[in-house]
Ligand binder design. Structure first.
Ligand SMILES: [Zn+2]
Length: 112
């Protein structure tokens, strides 16, 4: 097994994994709060850290067909959201490469 290297983010409002407290993303990277996941409200982020992804799968979502990957926390391996790889509708293309994290799995903390 390789050594787990943890990264840290700048900024003073950080989103951490509720279960293992690892840093996942920050307030500056949050694009939208108007998303829904299996547990309820979910946030769209420009980027995050300390996560890994599963295999790409095609899913029919409320906003049409998308290719997505499960998003897993590097600290506890819990599935916390998903990553958009491809959106089939033109209007949804802005989500490609961005990540969703469900609010249920994260907590906003003050850092520094
Ligand atoms: Zn975790």
């Amino acid at each position: 097994m390789g050594r787990l290297i943890l990264e840290y983010l700048d900024g003073n409002r950080i989103y951490v994994c509720k279960k293992c407290r690892i840093h996942l993303t920050n307030f500056q990277n949050r694009i939208s709060k108007n998303f829904k996941g299996g547990t309820g409200q979910a946030y769209l982020f420009d980027l995050g850290i300390n996560y890994h992804v599963g295999l790409p799968v095609d899913k029919d979502l409320l906003t049409g067909k998308h290719t997505v990957q499960d998003l897993m926390c590097n600290g506890c391996c819990e599935i916390i959201g998903w990553k958009y790889i491809k959106a089939f509708r033109e209007s949804e293309k802005y989500k490609e490469g961005k990540i969703i994290i469900e609010k249920y799995f994260i907590e906003k903390i003050k850092w520094k």
